[in-house]
Design a binder for this molecule. Structure first.
Ligand code: DX5
Ligand code: ZN
Length: 226
């Protein structure tokens, strides 16, 4: 279990893009802590979402933390664009290129928090030599590329290993993919403190449901285990 604050980070990948600014406002009003922004290039992952200009267009609607998850390769050439567009945390994939250490340093040099994401098949040991260059570790609990997939149960073991590697460092442990009110307690018990939720919050795109859904995830995550 982490002693860091719990953060619920709805993913705008499942928002109604025709009303994106309003969807971001609605999720903030509903109690989101971070805004999770999934950038996909159709190369590193088999889907294309949106890039820095779209993110910049919604930067004006809230001061909440923009938690930017780059599922792109290569990454380094685009880091400055996302920093300029208003990212607060920029997360790159450990699998996206041969120079992860350079990417993390470049993000910090721009004054942003540096995150590293691990695909389901990538071991936690892949980041042991860069852990002090990270502000956030993201454990992918689905194969990245699409919302609405089922949580991979083995991810819980990986979250425990990542928590052990982080130890007492000032690093967030984020979990992304298939997070729901039904598994939030197990995920937090394993050591995560940032929960991404796409379809579990935005599914159906009815703003009236966002508040109760975020609350359900938060309540489940913080409830004492029987
Ligand atoms: C998957 C993305 C996730 C996705 C999560 O590639 O990184 O952030 O939006 O969606 P759900 O919560 O529906 O699995
Ligand atoms: Zn994501």
């Amino acid at each position: 279990m982490s002693n860091r604050p719990l953060r619920i980070a709805p993913s705008i990948l499942s928002a109604d893009f025709a009303r994106l600014g309003q969807e971001v406002k609605d999720i903030v009003d509903a109690g989101a802590d971070y805004i999770h922004i999934d950038v996909m290039d159709g190369h590193f992952v088999p889907n294309i979402s949106f890039g820095a200009p779209v993110m910049k267009a919604v930067r004006g609607v809230t001061d909440k933390v923009f938690d930017v998850h780059l599922m792109i390769a290569p990454t380094d050439a685009y880091l400055a664009d996302f920093a300029a567009a208003g990212a607060d945390i920029i997360t790159v994939h450990a699998e996206a290129g041969p120079h992860l250490h350079r990417s993390l340093q470049a993000i910090r040099a721009m004054g942003k928090k540096a995150g590293v994401a691990l695909n389901p098949a990538t071991p936690v040991s892949a980041i042991q030599h860069v852990i002090d260059d990270c502000d956030l570790v993201l454990v992918m609990s689905v194969n990245p590329g699409f919302g609405g997939q089922n949580f991979i149960p083995e991810s819980l073991n990986k979250i425990r290993q990542a928590r052990a590697l982080i130890g007492g460092r000032d690093i967030d442990l984020e979990v992304d993919g298939g997070v729901t009110a039904a598994n939030a307690n197990d995920i937090v018990a394993a050591g995560a403190n940032v929960l991404v939720a796409g379809s579990a919050v935005y599914g159906g795109n009815d703003p009236a449901t966002y508040g109760p859904r975020i609350k359900a995830i938060r309540d489940a995550a913080t409830s004492l285990r029987a």
